[in-house]
Design a protein around this ligand. Structure first.
Ligand SMILES: Cc1ncc(COP(=O)(O)O)c(C=O)c1O
Length: 361
């Protein structure tokens, strides 16, 4: 039974009379198909207008729109699951709401009223619940976003915005699924600096990361592992995930020092480690320590942590022309236990002991 009262928000709901054919769970890729409806709310004349649930559709914006020139844009990512009992749920949407607010503040964008983000998205997902796939490993990916829509050139914060959310039934983020990936340690380019925007989910962070990712992909790696911008020594995070290392039976992940994204999966995994009696340290390891650990055998596992990929084992780290193999390129015990625990809670085979699951009606 739901204990928390849902806030009342006004939403206009458009009738739609054409529905798309839903893809089979087995055919799903990541972020390639979108549901019938979306959420759209405009900000203009210094206030938020009434939000609308409308047919998934194109925007028509003049070419001088601010977001096209100065990249004033933020977004979020979360998932809805069909649990084993058939119940449909969303994972930790309140955490996305908090991070979205921080991103908006950092990018000089208006914030939403308390509770609006969660309730409007929950209503959209409820209307689209038949789109939530069922197979383990699939989910309905939720993509909230805000863009600057004032039509005017000149670098300044926009006076108009769209807050919108689209939904995408999705399969595995990496083509290989839950299997070890190959990641390149990037020692030339950097993702974010302390004092910059790395700790919020701004589109510009991702645009800035593409060049290094392209080179890494040409070299046969799936993503880049970023080092700190100052010394190029301390491991920060991966392209779309935080990262953890198992060294001497302790799970290490970089602290939230201002240049990495405070991942919701990272926060969940730290809690799950506590629950399972696995020691953790929020300490940034240097790449030298990591290489030495791999060579001595003390560093036994590496895994990425993020909403899109959930827990992604890393089998190979490429650094300075050398490919270092971790745990024989096999999924390690800690990685497997955390994966089973996290997915168990998401798919309902393990009790939601921390209140992470938001039911939808
Ligand atoms: C750069 C970056 N780091 C970490 C994460 C993981 O965050 P979360 O677990 O909230 O998805 C993401 C994904 O959103 C990301 O894009």
């Amino acid at each position: 039974m739901e204990m928390i009262q849902r806030p009342h928000i006004n939403l206009e709901i458009d009738e739609i009379d054409q529905f798309k054919v839903k893809p089979n769970d087995d055919e799903l890729r990541f972020g390639a198909t979108f549901t019938d409806r979306m959420l759209l709310r405009e900000y203009k004349n210094s206030e938020w207008q009434t939000g609308r649930i409308i047919k998934h559709q194109n925007f028509s914006l003049p070419p001088e729109t601010i977001v096209f020139h100065y990249g004033q844009e933020i977004f979020e990512g979360q998932k809805a699951f069909t649990q084993e009992s058939g119940k449909k749920v969303i994972f930790r949407l309140d955490e996305n709401a908090k991070r979205f607010k921080k991103s908006a503040e950092r990018m000089v964008m208006p914030t939403l009223e308390e509770g609006y983000f969660e309730e409007s998205i929950r209503r959209l997902v409820e209307m689209e619940k038949d789109w939530i796939p069922k197979k383990r490993g699939t989910a309905l990916y939720i993509r909230p976003c805000m863009i600057a829509t004032e039509p005017a050139l000149g670098v300044h914060a926009s006076t108009e915005y769209y807050f919108f959310t689209i939904l995408s039934p999705s399969g595995p983020y990496f083509a290989e699924g839950f299997a070890p990936t190959k990641i390149k340690v990037e020692d030339k380019y950097v993702r974010a600096v302390v004092g910059g925007t790395g700790a919020v989910k701004a589109g510009g962070n991702y645009a800035a990361s593409l060049y290094a990712a392209k080179i890494a992909q040409e070299e046969g790696y799936s993503q880049v592992l970023w080092l700190d911008a100052h010394e190029h020594q301390y491991v920060e995070e991966v392209g779309a995930m935080n990262i953890a290392f198992v060294l001497d039976d302790v799970v290490y992940t970089a602290p939230l020092g201002g240049s990495i994204l405070p991942g919701i999966t990272r926060k969940s995994v730290l809690q799950l480690c506590d629950d399972l009696g696995i020691k953790t340290k929020e300490v940034a390891l240097s790449i030298d320590t990591i290489i030495e650990g791999i060579k001595t055998g003390n560093l036994t596992e590496v895994f990425g942590i993020g909403t899109a990929a959930s827990i992604a084992p890393v089998g190979v780290l490429g650094y300075h022309e050398e490919n270092l193999v971790i745990n024989d390129n096999k999924i390690g015990d800690v990685t497997q236990r955390l994966y089973d625990e996290l997915l168990g809670i998401q798919y309902g085979s393990i009790e939601d002991r921390h209140g992470w699951i938001l039911p939808i009606e």
